[in-house]
Design a protein around this ligand. Structure first.
Ligand code: ADP
Ligand code: MG
Ligand code: ZN
Length: 480
């Protein structure tokens, strides 16, 4: 059987986090009463004129810089003409031949090797309204309603080069892109709510071919899982078509998540079908270089830089660091937790292990996680000090998931009750001092840290049950 190579290019739409729409002052807020965030401009009333929201341009510049693009000082808006009920103007204001950003890239990392995925262009455009079918599907509905609240909400479309060769690469690219957009705070990237949407262009070609195959464009991919499954399905479908001696047709297909298949929607429209022409109601955009430089200077730390920092400052392995920085919320959680523990690797282990497993299981993100960073840090400290064995720590963690109280509370409740009887503890203190003359000497030489080690040893001896405050007190007394 012929071996095939998969070729993938992604088109990603990101809704920008502006307060008002792209060309009018209506609110962009999600989920308002239908048709309450509208005005003559975004409804496309005759004679109403658009005026460009400066923040949209600033966000597009920020995204372009973060994605290593050239920012085009001269760019312009065009009309993309088509009829659909969710588009009240019958055209979408977009950018065609002169987009704001070109020639960028994202470096992805898979199994330890780095690969650069090109970004062809980023352009600014407006979103359409939303059709609400009054039945389960469009074909089983006797009517549909339309909500124009989203019409005119600003988007950037980020178009990649056809540089990806597998579903895993496409996933890694989208994960990186999402992380960058979150870090630079231009989009809230909620795939389920549609604020980040991805279309996948997929083709296959026989190994050794010099020309790409005909692509299908897959819509309606609203999760990473859907992206991967749709690519895998579509590649097999196209193989089967070619193996039958038929040809793949260029078309737009939709992903049916329940059935796990892609379905033909319509034959692919060409650019000339849209009758693009320069938007006559808006001036071309001419950017001031000083503005671009200001946005560049104000760029926040990006995921790749943050990863390097976690490796450098906390000695985290590359893998751990890359997972932690993949979402801004996880990176912030980590930064918060290490404020109260020295054991950064301990925090990383929890985040990559039990915490991630729990979040996946519950289908939630770390922003919705009920255990505070300080409490996780305390749990790590208790383990590090030998108060809790790793087995008991897991037990305490399970309790913390049910109710986020300080781990120490659970230590009590679970009967890991501490021994506070001084005569029992003093024996342990004496034994420990006799066994650790070096630490005693260190302490006497002024190394306050040695105390922590000695406390840990005593706690271990008591199987985590000695009261640490009393241990501290007796230890200091014994050390004079
Ligand atoms: P269109 O508006 O027709 O979808 P775009 O230029 O916006 O065109 O997007 C085309 C996308 O398809 C890009 O992401 C590009 O990388 C990708 N692409 C182009 N040719 C192929 C191909 N043969 N196989 C897979 N992807 C492709
Ligand atoms: Mg397209
Ligand atoms: Zn409006």
């Amino acid at each position: 059987m012929t071996k095939y190579i998969t070729v993938i290019g992604l088109e990603v739409h990101a809704e920008l986090k502006t307060k008002s729409k792209a060309f009018c002052s209506c609110s962009t807020e999600f989920g308002g009463v239908p048709n309450t965030h509208v005005c003559p401009v975004c409804l496309g009333m005759p004679g109403a004129l658009p005026s460009l929201n400066k923040q949209v341009v600033e966000f597009a510049i920020r995204a372009g810089l973060a994605l290593n693009c050239e920012i085009k000082v001269f760019n312009k808006f065009d009309r993309k003409n088509y009829f659909y009920p969710d588009l009240s103007k019958n055209y979408q204001i977009s950018q065609y031949d002169k987009p704001i950003c070109k020639h960028g890239h994202i470096d992805i990392n898979l199994d330890g090797s780095e690969k650069r995925i090109g970004i062809t262009r980023i352009h600014m455009e407006e979103d359409a309204g939303k059709l609400v079918h009054n039945g389960a599907t469009i074909s089983s509905s006797s009517s549909s309603s339309v909500d124009y609240n989203r019409a005119g909400v600003p988007l950037i479309e980020i178009v990649s080069e056809p540089d990806m060769r597998s579903a895993e690469e496409a996933r890694a690219y989208l994960e990186n892109l999402k992380a960058i957009l979150e870090y630079i705070d231009v989009c809230d990237c909620k795939m389920q709510e549609g604020s980040l949407r991805c279309d996948a262009n997929i083709s296959i070609m026989p190994e050794g071919a010099t020309k790409f195959g005909t692509r299908a464009e897959i819509k309606n991919l609203n999760s990473f899982r859907a992206l991967v499954r749709a690519i895998d399905y579509e590649v097999e479908r196209q193989k089967a078509v070619l193996e039958k001696g038929e040809e793949v047709v260029q078309e737009t297909r939709t992903w049916d998540d329940t059935a796990g298949v892609t379905k033909s929607m319509r034959s692919k429209e060409e650019a000339h079908d849209y009758r693009y022409f320069a938007e006559p109601d808006l001036l071309p955009v001419e950017l001031d270089e000083a503005w671009i430089e200001r946005v560049r200077a104000e760029l926040p730390e990006l995921p790749a830089q943050r990863q390097a920092r976690l490796m450098q400052d906390f000695g985290l392995p590359k893998y751990d660091a890359s997972i932690i920085v993949a979402t801004k919320a996880m990176a912030e959680y980590f930064d918060e937790a290490v404020k109260t523990t020295q054991d950064a690797k301990g925090i990383a282990n929890w985040l990559l292990g039990d915490v991630s497993a729990y979040l996946n299981n519950e289908g939630i993100t770390i922003s919705e996680f009920n255990v505070t960073p300080a409490h996780l840090a305390e749990l790590v400290n208790l383990t590090k000090e030998g108060v809790l064995s790793s087995k008991l720590a897991k037990k305490v963690f399970a309790e913390m998931l049910k109710a986020d109280k300080a781990p120490k509370t659970f230590v009590k409740e679970l009967g890991l009750e501490q021994v506070s009887d001084e005569s029992a503890i003093i024996k342990l203190v004496e034994e420990t001092l006799a066994e650790n003359p070096q630490s005693v000497a260190d302490f006497k030489a002024g190394k306050e840290r040695a105390i922590g080690f000695l406390v840990g040893q005593i706690m271990k001896k008591s199987k985590g049950k000695a009261n640490p405050e009393i241990v501290q007190k007796l230890l200091r007394e014994a050390l004079g």
